[in-house]
Design a protein around this ligand. Structure first.
Ligand SMILES: Nc1nc2c(c(=O)[nH]1)N[C@H]1C(S)=C(S)[C@@H](COP(=O)(O)O)O[C@H]1N2
Ligand SMILES: [Mo]
Length: 389
């Protein structure tokens, strides 16, 4: 898909260009001339200093107004550091339980068949903390098939997982304050089962929206695993290792672990799971006004195609929103809107998505959300507040 932004089209002028834009981006999404955005009354709180080191470029929902999120509006997250890697000397090692260990230079990867995917990347911490909203974006990622590289390397039958190591590293402390306290330095790393890694949708990505992958998004090469939460999409790739044991590094086994109470056979158990595939979710993105008419617009996304989005205003009934035609694969978000005859005063707006396999985005008091102890994977229905003057 061509990377266009509203300005380019409007400057290009003409109805044809506007129609092309509408086709590409979904008519429900693009802001129109004369349209005013009414900012949400419940703005996220400002980033506390520890989070400032971890999160970059968080763009408010009101400004995420294109189907493709331009690179300069795309949020960034890191845990240890923001490495800047020389693409000329960079190499990617593939080793472990494979027949043919290999090293790839950037040019070697670019010489392999190109594979592009447009998919939405959401941080699993999104909406889990008062300052953390809109940690999501949708981009066209360009690279080459991971599965083809693994197949060529011939993965051993004994292999269990593929571990993706980033170049970024930092200090970890285990059993802090106890006699067995341990400090070590490790790379950011995440693993996937061999079957998940072999998914033909995964790419080793070196381009974002037609540009070389920016440094904050993992240059020169990152993993893009469509349909998985942000954490699985390892940036600044350094080493890919096929192993015959489970990998339980910090970002698999200690951090990014969702703790949930589940009721099974009348017994309540606490279940801890590693954050993995994305979940069905939607968000109201903005309210706009044009000539006294109001419109609510938002996005819906998840591992399966979106079937419908409903909106609840104040304590009113659920009303079906108009959803844009699905653009490409289900792994890219879907725009929706609802025209709203708003009355002056304070209002709440809640959205709820349903997918084509029958999942419904859970309410905040659904046990799936209410019995979740950790803030990861907060896919509950979001309520935003707005004041109409
Ligand atoms: N090497 C490395 N990859 C990483 C991370 C990291 O800290 N180091 N953070 C992950 C998390 S939590 C998210 S949400 C996404 C964010 O990708 P982005 O910065 O391109 O938006 O990168 C993931 N990949
Ligand atoms: Mo994340």
């Amino acid at each position: 898909m061509t990377h266009l932004d509203r300005r380019d089209v409007l400057l290009g002028g003409g109805a044809a260009a506007a129609m092309l834009f509408a086709e590409l981006q979904g008519t429900t999404l693009a802001a129109e001339a004369g349209e005013t955005i009414i900012p949400w009354a419940d703005q996220p709180t400002s980033l506390p200093p520890p989070a400032q080191a971890v999160i970059k470029n968080l763009t408010p929902w009101e400004a995420l107004d294109t189907w493709i999120t331009p690179n300069d509006k795309f949020f960034g997250v890191t845990h240890y550091e923001w490495p800047s890697i020389d693409p000329g000397t960079w190499q990617l090692a593939i080793l472990g339980r494979i027949e043919t260990p290999k090293r790839f230079k950037l040019a070697d990867l670019k010489a392999l068949p190109r594979q592009n995917v447009t998919c939405t990347l959401e941080c699993s911490g999104n909406d889990g903390l008062p300052f953390f909203k809109s940690a999501i974006g949708n981009a066209e990622w360009g690279g080459t098939s991971l599965a083809n590289i693994l197949k060529a390397a011939k993965v051993a039958d004994s292999a269990l997982e593929v571990v993706f190591f980033g170049a970024d590293q930092g200090e970890e402390v285990l059993r802090k304050g106890t006699p067995s306290e341990l400090t070590f330095t490790g790379h950011f790393a995440r693993s996937m089962s061999v079957a998940d890694a072999m998914n033909p949708a995964n790419i080793l990505c070196y381009e974002m929206n037609g540009q070389p992958l920016p440094a904050i998004h993992g240059a020169p090469v990152r993993l893009i695993a469509p349909g998985w939460f942000g954490i699985a999409n390892v940036k600044w790739l350094h080493r890919i290792e096929v192993r015959d044991t489970r990998f339980l590094g910090r970002f698999m086994g200690r951090d990014y672990v969702t703790v949930r109470e589940e009721q099974k056979d009348g017994e309540i158990t606490v279940v801890e799971t590693s954050v993995g595939r994305g979940l069905l979710k939607s968000a109201p993105a903005r309210v706009t006004e044009k000539n006294g008419k109001y419109r609510i617009a938002g996005m819906a996304w998840g591992p399966d195609a979106i079937a419908s989005v409903e909106v609840k205003i104040d304590d009113g009934p659920w009303t079906k929103a108009t959803i844009a035609e699905q653009q490409g694969t289900p792994v890219a978000w879907t725009a929706w809107h609802l025209d709203w005859p708003a009355t002056p005063g304070d209002h709440t707006i809640t959205s709820r998505a349903t997918d084509t396999v029958g999942h419904v985005q859970p309410a905040m008091d659904d046990p799936f959300i209410a019995n979740k102890k950790t803030y990861w994977e907060s896919n509950g229905q979001l309520t935003r507040h707005v004041h109409i003057g």
